[in-house]
Design a protein around this ligand. Structure first.
Ligand SMILES: Nc1nc2c(ncn2[C@@H]2O[C@H](COP(=O)(O)OP(=O)(O)OP(=O)(O)O)[C@@H](O)[C@H]2O)c(=O)[nH]1
Length: 375
């Protein structure tokens, strides 16, 4: 081969290598940005979306299926608390037992790359059609498999046994640590905003949501209503049946309240035997109807106690409504007034004989159906 031709070939090879190096650099940059996004995710939904759609985009791949080992439905519950369910993440599947999905998971602790074999690997993807090669990235924490990121490509050569896997192992480790941290963080957050006895939200949560809901109601010019619910003669229940029986009654009361609510309603234990509800997009009349349903639900069936006896409980309810202005400076005062008015109405309900509903708004008469049924 003459020198000129050899030179041309060498130049072409050099161009090819430079281009490849440039592509690799770009890929690394893309993944570096994605890793920062994973590490910066502040909520579980944010993280899951980054681990599914985000990674699928970074890999420029046809199939990605994230499997999370969730035998006690812990992660699913955290998602529900965020107002979402698994349907919000089509690329995510919660699995009660990884080994039944594929026996390989029994020992798999580092990435596995190779050809896609059907039906052996079918369950690793929601739609395995057209997949030729796969990479299975096990997610491991404390030597326990907590999930798996399954990548599927239509190219036979995309994932082969010869490829180095350290970069994929690193990515899976980052995902695992981020998932563990986010789950722990959400648990702490929820426990700080949840009442442990009734599992309703607590007063701190109400304060936080009140600001948000007032801002939303102001922006969209929608009414926001509030219910204060208080168990009648609760001290007597404690005195007669004991504090533990009192706790059972409070839990049952919370369940009966919860059973009447819409997903968007916010139920909190305000303190002691008092509960406060925030009802977005709900006018006074609708709030009164809900109050009546709750009053009836509590009073219609006696509550069974541990010792086999039952007791009849009733509640008094105060209702208020606000049509907040969008001005931010007004919002704090609107919120305080909304709560104070419901509290005042509750006081009136107690004074008027208990097991009844009163509302704040002096120029309106109670609708006929409220407090009219048998008590
Ligand atoms: N078992 C139990 N009792 C609680 C809890 N928190 C508050 N209480 C009790 O709830 C009772 C509230 O009593 P009061 O405020 O006098 O009101 P009441 O007896 O319900 O009377 P009215 O509200 O006027 O109908 C008190 O005896 C508190 O000790 C709790 O978490 N568990």
């Amino acid at each position: 081969m003459d020198l000129k031709k050899e030179n041309r070939l060498l130049h072409a090879r050099l161009r090819e290598l430079t281009q490849k190096a440039q592509e690799n650099q770009e890929t690394l940059g893309r993944f570096h940005a994605r890793e920062l996004e994973l590490l910066g995710a502040e909520t579980l939904p944010e993280l899951l979306s980054c681990m599914t759609e985000g990674l699928k985009t970074s890999f420029e791949i046809e199939s990605l299926h994230l499997m999370l080992h969730d035998p006690n439905h812990e992660i699913r519950h955290l998602l529900y608390k965020n107002g979402l369910d698994e349907k919000a993440f089509p690329l995510l599947e919660f699995v009660d037992d990884m080994v039944t999905v594929n026996p390989r998971f029994q020992r798999l602790r580092s990435p596995w790359l190779g050809s896609f074999l059907s039906p052996e690997y079918d369950l690793l993807f929601s739609d395995p059609a057209g997949i030729e090669s796969i990479a299975i990235l096990p997610m491991v924490r404390h030597n326990r498999l907590i999930g798996s990121i399954n990548l599927g490509s239509s190219e036979q050569s995309r994932f082969s046994r010869q490829l180095a896997t350290d970069f994929l192992a690193r990515l899976a480790t980052i995902c695992s640590v981020c998932l563990e941290n986010t789950v722990n963080r959400e648990h702490i957050l929820i426990s700080g905003l949840t009442d442990p006895l009734t599992e309703l939200h607590n007063r701190r949560y109400l304060d936080r949501r009140l600001d948000e809901e007032l801002a939303r109601a102001g922006r969209y010019r929608q009414p926001l209503s509030c219910l204060f619910i208080d168990a009648d003669h609760f001290k007597q229940i404690n005195d007669t049946y004991g504090h533990q029986a009192g706790d059972i009654v409070l839990r049952e009361l919370a369940n009966r309240i919860r059973s009447q609510l819409r997903a968007s309603d916010i139920a909190t234990r305000f303190g002691g035997e008092e509960f406060a509800l925030l009802l977005p997009q709900t006018c006074l009349n609708e709030a009164l109807m809900l109050a009546e349903r709750i009053r009836m639900e509590v009073n219609s069936q006696p509550i069974p106690l541990d010792n086999g006896s039952t007791l009849q409980l009733s509640v008094s309810i105060g209702v208020s409504e606000t049509l907040p202005l969008s001005s931010k400076s007004q919002q704090k005062a609107d919120g305080q007034r909304l709560l104070a008015n419901a509290d005042q109405a509750l006081y009136t309900a107690k004074a008027n004989g208990r097991n009844r509903i009163e509302y704040h708004q002096t120029d309106k008469a109670l609708p006929d159906e409220i407090n009219s049924s048998e008590r």
